[in-house]
Design a protein around this ligand. Structure first.
Ligand code: FAD
Ligand code: GLY
Length: 369
């Protein structure tokens, strides 16, 4: 007989792992199935910025959700460290969003009006970070946009979920789902499982399951290439950010530098052209990077949706099936709130109605939030 679970998750990236952790914490008998090893793919490629302000264009429901998720990290980091012994390496310091032109200042105006963003003149910004480029006009300082190490977050969620009773099956790609009976059947190449509820959290590959489950929705890859360097000679406390590119200082002296944006590219290997472009952009923000020694480089596929807003919620025609996919540029930021919201939906608890509406899978286009 197939092993039966209350809930099964397909995908062991940060979204599936956070969901497994939140469900296991509530004593739900949960299984997570992952094609390869957990916490690789997009989640391993991420820089780890919790950039609610830096990344989102304007205040609104999506921003509120992102802020709620961001604010959960400090407590969550302590909670999972207590269970797993693994430190997420949460680092404060915030983000300096650099402005080189009037357009840069104007484009950030809606966010700059928030109390959580402080405008710094060129002199003030250079006093905070003396090594940044003299070409800036000023910068928006966002102290709340802290950072974590995504690989550590994934390991911490995975170990904590296991210790709380979750079964995590690695090297177990799910090849078929059957929803005809009361319990959902989930098949890998060699085994069959069943579950009362199923959560699709397979990153950009969730598109296959949308189709299998009768939905028209698609997900699109946006390839991002990054590198890291060793910084031994300058002080950099805060993340520097401009036009979707960034330099993120890690606790151990590494600087993570990213990233390209290549829509429609399914190739997961970094290219010389991509890494070269990122290095050039980094030098325009922090000239000293050109002297630094290369540590390594990598690439990953951001899971993009039609409107750059994730799908978090139930299948429109089958309450037993849920989706948590399409987190695009912000899956690390959004993982705590996504895992918690899916866990509440599985348990039949009330969730924030605005969030449920904003992230629902609808036949018609969603309202811009
Ligand atoms: P993934 O991490 O891709 O995980 C999906 C998993 O599903 C994979 O492990 C895959 O193997 C598995 N899977 C697929 N099909 C199956 C199947 N049939 N059976 C079983 N398993 C399956 N976000 C931030 O918040 N901050 C950042 O600073 C940041 N920086 C980024 C930098 C780059 C270069 C990139 C590429 C992304 C960045 N992101 C960032 C975005 C973030 O990485 C993603 O939004 C997030 O990792 C998505 O997580 P996920 O779990 O949905 O997908
Ligand atoms: N959020 C950073 C990136 O997607 O590159």
């Amino acid at each position: 007989m197939a092993t039966h679970y209350d809930a099964a998750i397909i995908g062991g990236g940060i979204i599936g792992l956070s969901t497994a952790y939140h469900l296991a914490k509530k004593n739900v008998k949960v299984a997570l199935f992952e094609s390869g090893k957990v916490g690789k793919k997009a989640s391993q490629a991420a820089a780890g910025m919790l950039g609610a302000h830096a990344e989102l264009e304007k205040p609104g429901v999506f921003f509120d959700f992102a802020r709620a998720s961001q604010s959960r990290y400090p407590t969550l980091a302590e909670e999972v460290k207590e269970i797993s012994g693994i430190d997420m390496n949460l680092k404060t310091g915030g983000i300096l969003k650099l402005a080189y032109s009037k357009e840069d200042i104007e484009s950030g105006n809606q966010m700059n009006r928030l109390d959580s963003v402080v405008w710094k003149s060129k002199e003030e910004a250079l006093a905070m970070e003396p090594s940044i480029s003299e070409s800036i006009l000023g910068a928006s300082f966002i102290e709340d946009d802290i950072q974590v190490e995504p690989t550590k977050v994934c390991k911490a969620f995975a170990k904590s979920a296991r210790l709380l009773g979750a079964d995590i099956y690695e090297y177990t790609p799910i090849t078929a789902i059957d929803t005809d009976s009361a319990a959902i059947t989930i098949k890998s190449q060699n085994e069959t499982f069943s579950a009362d509820q199923l959560i699709v959290a397979s990153g950009v590959w969730s598109g296959h399951f949308f189709q299998q489950l009768g939905l028209e929705k698609k997900l699109y890859p946006v390839k991002g290439e990054c590198l890291s360097v060793w910084n031994e000679d300058i002080a950099l406390e805060r993340t520097l950010y401009h036009e979707h590119c960034y330099i993120v200082p890690r606790k151990n002296g590494r600087l993570v530098i990213g990233a390209t944006m290549k829509p429609g590219d399914w190739d997961e290997e970094p290219t010389l052209g991509g890494i070269g472009a990122v290095m050039k952009k980094a030098a325009s923000m922090l000239p000293a990077v050109t002297r630094m020694k290369i540590d390594t480089f990598w690439a990953g596929l951001r899971p993009e949706t039609e409107d750059s807003t994730p799908y978090i919620g139930k299948h429109p025609n089958d309450n037993r099936i849920l989706f948590a996919a399409g987190h695009y540029r912000n899956g690390i930021l959004l993982a705590p709130a996504t895992g918690s919201m899916i866990s509440d939906l599985v348990l039949g608890k009330k969730v924030n109605q605005e969030w449920e509406d904003a992230f629902a899978i609808k036949d018609k286009e969603r309202q811009v939030i």
